[in-house]
Design a protein around this ligand. Structure first.
Ligand code: SF4
Ligand code: SF4
Length: 218
């Protein structure tokens, strides 16, 4: 989440999967600036955590007790990669300044320096102009996002975002600490701690959980 108008943070344009955008920073050779100083801002969605767990050969629950920390954003508990040292370096950065989970890096890391702009139940990509000084070349958005089944992934990103916003609004208007605690326990368990079957289709499993959660929180 960023403060500021679109014109202040971006080149003022919206991008979609088939558009070309000047975002390719050439493999970030010799730079890891955006893997430091991020505090608790790199919030992870359920696919991020599932993908990291499979890649690292761990359970999601053990990641949540180790490499991941928990932040409270608008009343809702969400995981993010732990940060270490004075520079608040992402725990997944190795000693050579490279990402040791590159193949399973979170969605926000995949799109950076692109960002997502949510509006009217959808989202589009924006190019953040103050986030990476490197000279960049043009690349197709879908190549840059580097995610299989992109249309399904984008639908998941959109649905997750608006579900989280909806829950946060419910929590904000409840004023009942016991309700807030129960919602958070259910939310963490249902979407993060409970394993997704690695051989199964992630999105089918996710939408099954989302339907059940919506029925409970309706
Ligand atoms: S600041 Fe730019 S070049 Fe450096 S790591 Fe981030 S995206 Fe890559
Ligand atoms: S997961 Fe990898 S790319 Fe993302 S912030 Fe951490 S080290 Fe950087």
């Amino acid at each position: 989440m960023r403060e500021g108008t679109l014109d202040e943070i971006s080149d003022g344009r919206f991008y979609e999967a088939n558009d070309m955008v000047k975002a390719d920073c050439q493999g970030c050779e010799g730079c890891h600036a955006c893997c430091e100083g991020m505090g608790d801002t790199l919030l992870l969605d359920p696919l991020d955590v599932h993908r990291l767990a499979v890649f690292l050969g761990k359970t999601a629950a053990s990641l949540l007790e180790g490499e991941l920390s928990l932040a409270v954003q608008d009343g809702l508990i969400l995981p993010y990669p732990a940060v270490v040292g004075e520079k608040e370096t992402c725990i997944f950065l190795d000693g050579n300044g490279r990402c040791r989970v590159h193949a399973a890096r979170p969605g926000y890391c995949r799109i950076f320096p692109l960002g997502r702009y949510y509006e009217d139940g959808e989202f589009r990509y924006i190019l953040q102009i103050h986030e990476c000084d490197r000279r960049k070349t043009k690349v197709k958005v879908k190549k840059w996002v580097d995610t299989p089944e992109l249309a399904r992934y984008e639908r998941f990103v959109r649905d997750w975002h608006y579900f989280v916003r909806e829950l946060q609004q419910k929590l904000a208007s409840s004023g009942d600490p016991d309700y807030v605690r129960k919602v958070n326990l259910f939310f963490l368990r249902a979407f993060y701690q409970k394993e997704y079957e690695p051989e199964g289709d992630f999105y089918e499993q996710f939408y099954d959980r989302l339907r059940k959660a919506r029925a409970i929180f309706a």
